[in-house]
Design a protein around this ligand. Structure first.
Ligand code: KMH
Ligand code: ZN
Length: 304
């Protein structure tokens, strides 16, 4: 059951998977990412999960100079919790993926709990050309690509961030990833409270069926007991249905254009804030309250 009536909304504002050709509303430049993150925070997001993109074609990049074009602006305008990706893009090596987290030492960083096939919507080399389609949410145009997160990679991320006070959004795309998280907890590399971010509906991971969500929650309950805060994200058109299930089951939600470009069937979201507002209306419709950044810090034991 829910320990608090406060719900943490995370907004993942741009990511690495969607391409500029899929939506004119996807933030690309530093000012666009800053504006999107600040707008999401004003709409109710307590955490913003951030990637950077190259200016020339919008493809993903972990160059810290690109992060410098939005992190100070966000911090100046808002006390929202900053969460920087360590996933980068599936094409990148883990050393490259870690550079911005080592540089900026954020309160939160993502941590992907296993290697997997990853049904991408975009593909390097033709980054500008992909279209987004409500009817065909899974475009497996990355047939030979693996999102590599070996046990060694995961240990390296945890050990190399240990002295920074960064805590982790533990991204679990399937049930086995919960067991991998439990393994690293047993090794003493992750301390409670654990933020478990369950990802549903990517090709290569667990599906978006209510029984999938239930199985994920039950397994996390069994493995982590009272020591974890559960959040979910549903990819593409699964975003709001999965958010609703999580809220009804005591969980928190992640939305944002990284995970879905939609605002309804065939209708592109005009901003990240629009999705946060939609999530907020689900939260308030259930007589729950949206957590402030400070409340999220307390719930997750962040350094502040
Ligand atoms: N796009 C999400 C499903 C990361 O940044 O580390 C995965 C993600 C990975 O957020
Ligand atoms: Zn991400």
């Amino acid at each position: 059951m829910r320990k608090s009536n406060k719900v943490i909304i995370t907004c993942a504002v741009t990511g690495a998977i969607h391409t500029p050709s899929m939506s004119p509303h996807l933030p690309i430049t530093g000012p666009e990412i800053a504006e999107a993150a600040i707008g999401a925070a004003e709409a109710g997001a307590a955490i913003v999960h951030l990637h950077a993109r190259k200016l020339e074609d919008g493809s993903p990049s972990q160059d810290p100079e690109l992060f410098k074009a939005f992190l100070p602006q966000i911090k100046a305008a808002s006390d929202v919790v900053i969460n920087i990706t360590t996933g980068g893009a599936p094409t990148m090596l883990v050393t490259e993926r870690l550079v911005p987290v080592h540089t900026f030492k954020p309160e939160v960083a993502s941590l992907n709990m296993g290697s997997m096939n990853f049904g991408l919507y975009g593909m390097l080399g033709r980054f500008k050309d992909f279209k987004y389609d409500w009817e065909r949410p899974y475009l497996a145009n990355s047939d030979d690509r693996v999102f590599k997160n070996t046990f060694k990679d995961i240990a390296h991320i945890l050990e190399s961030c240990a002295s920074n006070g960064t805590r982790f959004e533990i991204e679990c795309y399937d049930i086995g990833h919960l067991y991998t998280a439990a393994h690293f907890i047993d090794r003493g590399l992750i301390e409670p409270p654990f933020l478990i971010q369950s990802v549903f509906g990517l090709l290569g991971g667990i599906g978006p069926h209510p029984e999938d969500v239930l199985h994920m929650k039950r397994t996390a309950d069994r493995l982590f007991g009272d020591d974890y805060v559960w959040s979910v994200l549903g990819a593409g058109r699964n975003q709001m249905p999965i958010a609703s299930q999580s809220l009804a089951m005591g969980g928190n939600v992640r939305v944002g254009l990284e995970d879905s470009l939609w605002d309804g069937p065939g209708r592109l979201a005009k901003s990240n804030a629009d999705q946060v507002k939609r999530a907020r209306s689900l939260v308030e419709g259930l007589s729950l309250e949206v957590a402030t950044p400070q409340q999220a810090r307390q719930m997750l034991g962040l350094k502040g």
